[in-house]
Write a protein that binds this ligand. Structure first.
Ligand SMILES: *Cc1c(COP(=O)(O)O)cnc(C)c1O
Length: 370
């Protein structure tokens, strides 16, 4: 699905020497690389505060802890996402309220958010799935009207631009009260191990979060709140610092591959290719996900398997049907889109090193089966 070797070749000298340096200096934790990467990411995203942490799941959890959400508070999020999004809500004894998504963007449905709001609702967590931001214009309006926090799960959309109706352009992850991202190796900005970060423009929230990631300490050995231990290590920061200047190039390469895929599949009436809502730079194609509408998705997956072609099914089961997240408030009729998508979606190989020949071969196999 991903080929990370090519990216390494390009940054090898810098990465190798930084890693050697960290070993020589034994600055494994909180080395200068961490602070440098933090500053450079703040600049890239045009956001006041980046707080690095251990992984994307921690980033989401810490963002929610920072906002002071209380047990029993309801948090609305998408039914069609990776489990981490709902998991951290449940772990904090908040109540995840899963809602349906849109078929064309795969992202949280705005009307479903409105219908799910109760007096207990405190936050909305839009997930920018597959690399394309959710409908933030509307989500921010709803949040303002009902006095709700917006926490963006930006694990899949780092570098994506969001265009507001008034012409303002901002980076995904910096649009709500707080954003969370992951530097898992296969993400668009991937480390060589685990990593994550939290983004916010709110000074007070940033201060609170900086303490939470470090055992709730604001002054050494004074623990004001219950925190966690979650940090980005110096090795990972060194890799990310080398890759950050190339992120836009990486994302353009992904968009180019997406275009080639869509071109080769467009005349197949049983396939729906991904739709870019609005400007081209809004989508960074963490995944290139098609919908197979004639019931042949599993047959296609089997053919891929037999031919040693990688693929992914993100995600095969709606979260509201997962044992861990069952809730009697859910009615099947309210999840029609997710219930359909889980049977139709298949994600194709997507990374920065794909070439035209590989795409031609993959799409040829797809057109034959479907
Ligand atoms: C990857 C991912 C996460 C979790 O990130 P980790 O770094 O693996 O903890 C959370 N949400 C979404 C949508 C993701 O894709």
């Amino acid at each position: 699905m991903v080929d990370l070797k090519g990216q390494y070749e390009e940054i090898k000298d810098q990465v190798d020497s930084s890693i050697q340096n960290i070993i020589e200096n034994t600055s494994f934790i909180n080395g200068p690389e961490v602070h440098q990467f933090q500053k450079e990411l703040e600049e890239y995203l045009d956001v006041k505060h980046v707080i690095p942490c251990g992984n994307g799941t921690d980033a989401l959890q810490i963002a929610m802890m920072g906002l002071g959400l209380k047990p029993g508070d309801e948090v609305i999020t998408a039914d069609f996402t990776f489990a981490a999004t709902a998991e951290v809500i449940a772990l904090l004894n908040l109540t995840p309220v899963l809602v349906d998504v849109d078929a064309d963007s795969f992202n949280i449905n705005v009307e479903a958010i409105k219908a799910a709001i109760t007096p207990k609702t405190k936050a909305i967590v839009p997930v920018h799935l597959y690399g394309q931001p959710a409908n933030m214009e509307e989500i921010l309006k709803i949040a303002k009207e009902h006095n709700l926090y917006v926490i963006e799960d930006n694990a899949q959309a780092i570098g994506a631009n969001y265009h507001f109706e008034d012409g303002t352009v901002k980076k995904a992850g910096t649009l709500g009260d707080v954003g969370a991202t992951s530097f898992f190796p296969s993400k668009n900005l991937g480390a060589y191990g685990d990593g994550g970060a939290i983004f916010t423009n709110n000074d007070e929230l940033a201060h609170t979060i900086r303490g939470i990631v470090n055992h709730g300490m604001y002054e050494r050995y004074h623990h004001d709140v219950v925190g966690v231990n979650s940090r980005l290590d110096s090795f990972q920061a060194a890799v990310l610092k080398a890759k950050l200047p190339l992120l836009d190039k990486y994302n353009s390469a992904r968009r180019k591959s997406a275009k080639l895929y869509s071109e080769a599949l467009k005349s197949n009436e049983n396939i729906i290719t991904p739709k870019i809502i609005g400007e081209e730079d809004t989508h960074v194609f963490h995944q290139y996900t098609i919908r197979v509408t004639n019931g042949k998705r599993d047959e296609l997956a089997k053919t891929f398997q037999e031919n040693n072609l990688p693929f992914g099914i993100y995600y095969p089961i709606p979260l509201h049907l997962q044992k861990a997240y069952l809730d009697e408030r859910y009615e099947e009729s309210k999840f029609q889109v997710t219930n359909k998508l889980v049977k139709e979606v298949i994600s194709l190989p997507m990374h920065t090193e794909l070439d035209e020949e590989q795409i031609a071969y993959i799409t040829c196999v797809i057109n034959k089966v479907v």
